[in-house]
Write a protein that binds this ligand. Sequence first.
Ligand SMILES: NC(=O)c1ccc[n+]([C@@H]2O[C@H](COP(=O)([O-])OP(=O)(O)OC[C@H]3O[C@@H](n4cnc5c(N)ncnc54)[C@H](OP(=O)(O)O)[C@@H]3O)[C@@H](O)[C@H]2O)c1
Length: 258
Amino acid sequence: MNDYAGISVVLTGASRGLGEAVARRLIEGGAAHVFCISRTIHNDLCTAASAKNVDLRWTQCDLSDTRATTDVARAVCEACIAEAEHTAVLINNAALLEPVARIGAIDTQELVDLHAVNTVAPALFANAFLAASETRAHELDTRILNISSGLGARAMAGVGMYCMSKAAMNMLTQVIQTEQEGEPHPAWVCSVSPGTVESHMQKTLRDADEAHLRDRETFRELKRSGKLNTPEFSAAKILSLVHRRDIASGTILSVADL
Ligand SMILES: NC(=O)c1ccc[n+]([C@@H]2O[C@H](COP(=O)([O-])OP(=O)(O)OC[C@H]3O[C@@H](n4cnc5c(N)ncnc54)[C@H](OP(=O)(O)O)[C@@H]3O)[C@@H](O)[C@H]2O)c1
């Protein structure tokens, strides 16, 4: 498989779950450059990348630290765009689910941290990515994949800040599309929900206190009945968007649509 040859990618939240599966698929597909951002480095991925001659660079950053994120976003997006051969892709994947609590009972620092990671960081990365791409827009295919959730359009008690952050991400997608429309070489953008994926985030939902998360049993049943997507399944569907020319920019979709 050499599906991603010549592609340069910025990927947040690459250390586990869906992001790890996306990074592994990019490596197996021979991506040219992969810029990973998370708090922890996944050494196996670094080893796999060097075995495949993929230029993988990992930047450790706590995305709840907005000042640090601003600098990291600028540096990695500039490198990603400068070194891209024909396609540059930003994948805003990192996210926090917690706090799991009803509004009125949320720890304020957890509230602020969630929006820094889920809302502010994707906007900072999109801003830096589009700024960096300006000088090369005529020669590069530039794409932004915002990893969203069905909860961006459906309120669920107990995870209100998460729902709110994904609704904001969907609006970020639509605003970028509107602003890019009419540009001579517009960047392409979408919001894509990975479906329910077995990951640390799903385990947090299954382990939550039912007093805070009324729908906890639904998540436990999804696991029991084997209805969760594997990270690899959702990663493959999401990365198919790198090549799709038939989906309009600004679309909000789910892997079930792909
Ligand atoms: N799993 C699902 O069922 C599901 C459903 C709908 C949407 N999604 C979306 O899919 C994406 C991936 O979710 P997942 O299930 O793979 O989650 P996950 O297993 O919890 O992984 C989250 C990733 O985000 C990174 N991250 C979290 N906080 C961070 C911080 N403060 N600074 C830097 N990086 C941070 C983590 O890295 P470090 O801890 O190393 O920093 C990790 O790599 C998210 O956008 C999520 O909202 C998931």
